[in-house]
Design a protein around this ligand. Structure first.
Ligand SMILES: *[C@@H]1O[C@H](CO)[C@@H](O)[C@H](O)[C@H]1NC(C)=O
Length: 338
């Protein structure tokens, strides 16, 4: 999994992750305050926050335990009247800043995530299937893959929204743009009835307006797969150690400028030459410690690990391979003297 930044007004989010945790940072690049909302899908537990205020240029990061699936959006023009918090767009109906498990009322630009456990493949998309209220982008950090890239809807769809889809604010300006399904409730726009398959629910003149403005975003229920992005996990070990054989560098760093110790260990075998050079510090053994030889080239066949090309790519320890007490320092051999 990776970390991600979601940026509303081309400034919603960034996400990054480790094996058990992803971090999603939400940034507000809008010149006004927004109120992001979060909703966990699939019956999972809600995140540590389900809604919060985010001033212009502010960022807030949320840790997400993997696996996780859910969505983010941002509410606009919110206020409290008679003790009830409401928003002009993407309101979640909770009456509070937190959404507490409620989703956004359309129209709302949505960012959807499916974050895998165990550094698997994470998916994300920007969806305008429920309409549009704010431009948004998602940028992964870490992770890799051909579509592990920024996905954004940077256009202001409100400015080209047909009047029959437009949601007007108190000043008469268009503050959100409904989906044709929500506004017109016809099967060809909702992909229902005879239109309930990808083959029978092609893009419409309305969905094309959204697609033209934001080609990377889902414009309707059966939009093509160009709108899904994914990253596979970072190359981090996340608290797991190396499977032997592996050349190891071991450190014990003392508190309070005490004595630090370090060593190279081939006790678990060898895979690569390695050296450690201290910088600063002093003492007779405060020197470079290295294993510069390629032990693989002299590795006895009974200890050798062969690569796909037949060459020796690592050399096991005798203890791992032969499992005898004199190699493992066990039994009668369990002290340095014996
Ligand atoms: C889309 O097509 C429908 C049906 O032909 C038509 O009534 C509507 O005006 C069109 N809307 C736009 C924005 O082109």
């Amino acid at each position: 999994m990776m970390n991600t930044q979601v940026i509303f007004c081309l400034t919603l989010a960034l996400f990054v992750s480790g094996a058990h945790m992803a971090t999603i940072s939400i940034k507000n690049n809008c010149p006004f305050t927004i109120w992001p909302g979060t909703l966990t899908g699939g019956g999972g537990a809600q995140l540590s926050t389900t809604g919060f205020e985010l001033g212009s240029t502010q960022t807030r990061s949320i840790d997400v335990s993997a696996p996780w699936t859910g969505r983010f959006w941002a509410r606009t023009q919110c206020s409290t009247a008679s003790g009830r918090f409401t928003c002009q767009t993407a309101d979640c109906g909770s009456g509070q800043v937190t959404c507490n498990g409620a989703g956004a009322a359309p129209p709302a630009s949505l960012v959807e995530f499916t974050i895998a456990a165990n550094n698997g493949q994470d998916f994300y998309d920007v969806s305008l299937v429920d309409g549009f209220n704010l431009p948004v982008s998602v940028t992964p950090q870490g992770g890799s893959g051909p579509t592990c890239i920024t996905s954004s809807c940077s256009a202001n769809v409100n400015s080209v929204c047909p009047s029959e889809l437009a949601v007007k604010g108190s000043d008469g300006s268009t503050i959100a743009c409904k989906s044709a399904c929500a506004a017109l409730n016809q099967p060809q726009y909702c992909c229902t009835g005879a239109f309930n398959k990808p083959e029978t629910c092609p893009p419409t003149n309305y969905s094309k307006i959204f697609k033209d403005q934001c080609p990377q975003a889902y414009s309707y229920a059966y939009d093509d797969q160009t709108s899904t992005f994914s990253c596979t996990g970072q190359v981090t070990c996340n608290c797991a150690g190396a499977a032997p054989p592996a050349s190891l560098v071991e450190f014990t760093i003392a508190a309070n400028n005490g004595q630090d110790t370090y060593d190279l260990s081939l006790v678990d075998g060898f895979n690569l030459p390695v050296s450690v050079t201290p910088q600063g510090g002093s003492s007779p053994t405060c020197i470079t410690s290295s294993c510069s030889a390629n032990v693989n080239s002299v590795c006895p066949s009974e200890l050798a690990v062969k690569g796909s090309d037949g060459s020796t790519i690592a050399c096991k320890s005798a203890s791992a391979t032969l499992n005898q007490p004199q190699y493992c320092c066990t039994g009668a051999f369990n002290t340095p003297e014996t």
